[in-house]
Design a protein around this ligand. Structure first.
Ligand code: HEM
Length: 403
């Protein structure tokens, strides 16, 4: 990812649609906060704008434009979903970069392994992981939430699901970060290759001698008369890893910063113990955080803009839930909202197959945390400035409480 403007405005882009936005760290994010900065951009500009950064691309800023782009693979292809396009071309993970109908069999496979019944079966292990981590620091009255909880929790759940050794979690977490953030020690390509080199022999073993884990099940599954090839298995598994880990890690960071500053929200959640999923939905509406893109298939007019075949259009999923025309007073968290529209998990054919698991992880984590640490605040050494990336993130979430 690089973020300097290239200065070139193509002929199909009128000057009143040009806004200088680095979508991985929008203007004013440091001053206002990540979501507030996106809400401001949305309020001040038309539904579809052009940014000269990251090689130049459109941005769907209104909730409706964003939903349309995500839901319409006929007009907007997933062939390239990462900006800038020259980097996204080499992404090659599946099923994110495959359009329907070829996308379908991969989704059937993922859905079979991440459906509500399967996720229900993970309840106890998710809860045990959350409790063990929280109990590890509860008596200290302080934790580096990012390092001591968020970075360990979803990856341990993931490692247990796919039957991989938990001591490899920090290494895998590091590779996943290199695949989603600029200025990391490895490029996307290097990190992906390193992960493939590590996972390849494990895939071979599981195929020869399957276990009772998600990886073995996916390798053995019938995919319309065939099984996954080795290369497909590596690309699919890498996608599940980066989609399922970095997202939850950073999402819970945003949530805990909000709760640290709001005793009222904490009390409401405590009162809802055992039935947190509707409240978790509202948190996902408020704290969407994945910024991806689509490639325009043919010349079209879209919300008054002339898009050309091959143009990229960014879909910052967070803007849908923050659209004041769809969700009144969108920055306020209101657990009584019902069916508030948002795209934290996307929409259309690529809509997140892990959303059931993500909601469950967050609900269980909040329940176990608030049961043990009902009152907490940001610690003095917290640094909640936003960090650039495909997945929105805060630099350092540290928390304190009285023991
Ligand atoms: C905070 C939690 C999460 C958020 C916000 C999130 C968000 C998203 C979004 C926006 C997409 C759509 C991508 C696109 O349209 O190109 C997506 C796809 C995906 N997510 Fe999630 N996700 C989360 C958790 C998870 C978890 C826990 C898993 C699995 C363990 C997972 C697995 C996937 C996969 C495999 C895809 C690709 C689906 C496809 O291309 O058909 N996600 N996610």
């Amino acid at each position: 990812m690089h973020t300097s403007p290239n200065g070139h405005i193509p002929a199909n882009v009128p000057h009143d649609r040009v806004v200088d936005v680095d979508v991985y760290l929008p203007p004013l994010a440091a001053e206002l906060g990540f979501h507030q900065a996106w809400a401001r951009l949305q309020a001040d500009h038309p539904a579809v704008v052009w940014s000269p950064r990251n090689e130049g691309h459109w941005i769907a800023l209104s909730g409706e434009a964003l939903r349309e782009v995500q839901s319409d693979p006929e007009r907007f292809s997933s062939r390239v979903i990462i900006l800038p396009k020259s980097v996204g071309e080499g992404h090659g993970l599946i099923p994110t970069t495959i359009d329907p109908p070829e996308h379908r069999p991969f989704r059937v496979l993922l859905n079979a392994n991440l459906n509500p019944a399967t996720v229900r079966g993970l309840d106890n292990s998710i809860r045990a992981t959350a409790v063990e981590l929280i109990e590890g620091f509860r008596a200290a009255g302080y934790c580096d939430f990012s390092a001591d909880f968020a970075e360990l929790f979803p990856i341990r759940v993931f490692m247990a699901m796919v039957g991989l050794p938990s001591d490899a979690a920090p290494m895998i977490r590091h590779w996943a970060s290199c695949m989603t953030r600029p200025a990391m020690p490895m490029t996307f390509e290097e990190a992906k290759q390193t992960f493939f080199d590590w996972l390849g022999p494990i895939v071979d073993e599981r195929r020869a001698d399957p276990g009772d884990d998600m990886l073995s099940r996916m390798l053995a599954a019938d995919m319309e008369g065939r099984t996954l090839s080795r290369d497909e298995a590596l690309r699919l598994c890498t996608q599940v890893l980066i989609a399922g880990v970095d997202t939850v890690v950073n999402f819970v960071g945003f949530v805990m910063v909000e709760l640290a500053g709001s005793p009222a929200l904490r009390s409401q959640l405590i009162a809802m113990e055992g039935n947190l999923i509707p409240a978790v939905n509202e948190l996902f509406r408020r704290f969407g955080l994945v910024t991806i893109a689509r490639e325009v298939r043919a010349d079209i007019e879209f919300h008054g803009a002339q898009l050309k075949a091959g143009d990229m259009i960014c879909i910052p999923t967070q803007v849908h839930g923050l659209d004041a025309t769809l969700n009144p007073d969108p920055l306020t968290i209101d657990f009584s909202r019902r069916r508030a529209p948002h795209s934290a998990f996307g929409s259309g054919p690529h809509m997140c197959p892990g959303q059931e698991l993500a909601r469950k992880e967050v609900a269980i984590m909040l329940e176990e945390w608030l049961r043990r640490i009902p009152d907490f605040a940001l610690a003095d050494d917290a640094d909640v400035s936003p960090v650039a990336g495909i997945v929105g993130s805060l630099r350092r979430v540290t928390l304190r409480w009285v023991v």
